[in-house]
Design a protein around this ligand. Structure first.
Ligand code: ARG
Length: 586
């Protein structure tokens, strides 16, 4: 297995500290923050100065003298007041990079003790259109899943479909008003004998907003919907069958749209699926003496002494005996523990739901639903805003549907492609890929917790840190490789470095281990966006400086092509971890 380059260098420098008579612990090497001065640095002499009552510069000089003997370094020098600055020889740099070229994981450090992570993401709701909140959850969750999986962990993505609450009651109540003749609404209904109604997707898509608006004006309707929730939750034959049918039809529609975004969940468990664990949840809460009655409802206290805001009790059973949102989340924790024994559960959900998750996690801990060392983490994301700085809306001021957004981006990309002479193949299809890449990269290039401004024009620009630029860079490399007759995924070693830009590119490749580690441990796909962008822009400089295909020196030409290949493989891999598809040409 490959060692990260800073780990490898730390070993070498630690040894040098030891040889000079100091503690090994001082030899930690990090990437230089002054690339103009050196590639790596070690600041251990400062801590050493305190331990050994010596000037840091003296220690740095002694250690640097030992390191200078090592053929790995072209430069190992002590710099006042006590830094050790390190630069690798091109030979050593390439030896390391060629290890990455050959690494089946292309530089992604592999975990030593594999564990299972459950990622709860996308969180679509049955019968409700997917909106931008679901977009963010889907694309951040999908990327985190791929990043974690690339490290060798077992990762399970679960949609946690919203199929068990009030909206479904409203939808069914409205169906009953519109189609009272349906068999499922008749006394003595038997699904085997009577069959189920054909649900029309278009009606299903418009029925929830209609019913929801109605419930705000019509108390009686609202009351009826409430009763229906209780009934389908308790398997009343007619309502339950219709409910199931609605879930099926809706799921197909949701999967189609998420598929367009290249988002693929492993499980489609709904809030309803954990219903089987609700009784167990209640029993365990009761056994621990946590459950008590409040205004006819069953609740659990989760407030803590140090709380700065009020953390209200968690609602487990409402006064009409129906389940609440927290009930489904807690019962799902029992289910996930039984099915997967996860070391971690990550929830990729709008950060405005953080109070809910504080309550759920505290209740889960108190009830010991998972072992104490199982991590429960909310990866709360911020809001996608319009250019006015307010949550992104349609022109008419409504909530933007995901489908509309994808169409908008596709149309924008199509316009840009209109006069491209390079595109072979279906322009519409390519435009959709570019549009989706632009949206996803625009989102993922921010820290998940930050709000950001959705600016389609900027996201679709061919230059700057955009998905479009990255896809474009890949197509440029494709064209070089095609002309050179080289397969895109060839692992070809790089034999030599001829210029500063090439060295920069090689160093980017050498640092991939650090990059992937950071993306994983910070739960931050934006780290990969930065890395892909850096590599693409360094590559673009190389492309401008060199005439790769017409380079007369054959060895150099081969090495330049090897760099192109590696740049392509790395960018494509990083885009894949962001769940962004590349295109052949554009
Ligand atoms: N369906 C919810 C919504 O649209 C999100 C679900 C988030 N996941 C969870 N385990 N609560 O807001």
């Amino acid at each position: 297995m490959m060692k990260k380059i800073t780990v490898l260098l730390s070993e070498v420098v630690s040894e040098a500290f030891e040889k000079a008579g100091y503690s090994k612990e001082l030899g930690t090497v990090s990437v230089s923050d002054r690339m103009d001065l050196c590639q790596f640095q070690c600041n251990g002499a400062f801590a050493g100065a305190k331990l050994y009552h010596k000037a840091p510069f003296i220690i740095a000089e002694e250690v640097a003298a030992i390191l200078s003997e090592n053929s790995m370094f072209s430069k190992a020098e002590a710099v006042k007041p006590g830094f050790i600055n390190l630069t690798l020889t091109d030979e050593f740099l390439l030896e390391y990079v060629n290890g990455v070229v050959d690494d089946p994981n292309l530089g992604v450090p592999q975990v030593e003790t594999p564990e299972t992570i459950v990622i709860d993401y996308a969180g679509p709701n049955v019968a409700k259109p997917l909106h931008i909140g679901h977009l963010r959850s889907s694309i951040i969750g999908e990327s985190l899943k791929r990043i974690a999986r690339a490290t060798g962990r077992t990762v399970v993505g679960d949609a946690h479909l919203g199929d068990w609450g009030t909206p479904l009651g409203l939808v069914i109540a409205e169906y009953q008003e519109r189609h009272p003749e349906w068999a499922c609404f008749q006394e003595g209904f038997d699904p085997e004998r009577d069959g189920l109604p054909e649900i029309d997707v278009n009606e299903l898509n418009e029925i929830y907003p209609f019913a929801s608006a109605k419930s705000k004006e019509d108390e009686e309707f609202k009351e009826k919907a409430h009763k229906i929730v209780y009934q389908f939750q308790h398997h009343h034959p007619g309502y339950y069958s219709l409910w199931k049918q609605i879930v099926e039809v809706s799921k197909i529609d949701i999967k189609k749209i998420l598929g367009q975004l290249n988002v693929n969940l492993d499980y489609w468990y709904g809030e309803s699926d954990c219903d089987a664990y609700t009784d167990e949840l209640i029993r365990r809460l009761a056994e621990k003496g946590l459950l008590y009655e409040s205004d006819g409802a069953q609740v659990v206290d989760v407030a803590e002494e140090s709380d700065k805001i009020t953390v209200p009790p968690v609602m487990i059973k409402k006064s009409d005996d129906s389940s609440a949102y927290a009930t489904t989340d807690l019962a799902t924790i029992i289910q996930r523990e039984k099915d997967f024994k996860p070391g971690k559960i990550w929830y990729v959900v709008d950060k405005r739901q953080s109070l809910h998750f504080t309550q759920v996690f505290r209740c889960a801990r108190k009830a010991e639903l998972v072992p104490a060392d199982t991590e429960l983490t909310l990866i709360g994301f911020g809001t996608m805003n319009g250019s006015d700085g307010k949550p992104f809306k349609t022109r008419a001021g409504g909530v933007m549907r995901l489908e509309e957004l994808i169409k908008m981006a596709t149309d924008g990309a199509l316009e840009k492609l209109q006069d491209s002479e390079y595109v072979s193949g279906d322009k519409q299809e390519i435009a959709e890929k570019i549009g989706v890449a632009a949206i996803k990269f625009g989102d993922l290039s921010n820290q998940p917790s930050k709000d950001y401004v959705f600016d389609l024009n900027k996201f679709l620009a061919f230059d700057g840190k955009t998905g479009t630029y990255l896809l474009y860079t890949v197509t440029r490399i494709n064209s070089i490789l095609k002309k050179a007759g080289v397969a895109y995924d060839e692992a070809r070693p790089i034999g030599g470095i001829y210029s500063d830009v090439e060295r920069e590119l090689a160093l980017d490749f050498a640092l991939l281990g650090e990059t992937y580690d950071k993306a994983y441990s910070d739960l931050a796909p934006c780290v990969l966006c930065d890395s892909a962008y850096n590599i693409a822009s360094t590559f673009s400089r190389l492309y401008h400086d060199e005439h790769i295909l017409s380079e007369p020196d054959e060895q150099k030409r081969n090495d330049l092509i090897a760099l192109c290949l590696m740049a392509r493989r790395v960018i494509a891999k990083q885009l894949d971890l962001l769940a962004i598809e590349t295109v052949e040409n554009m």
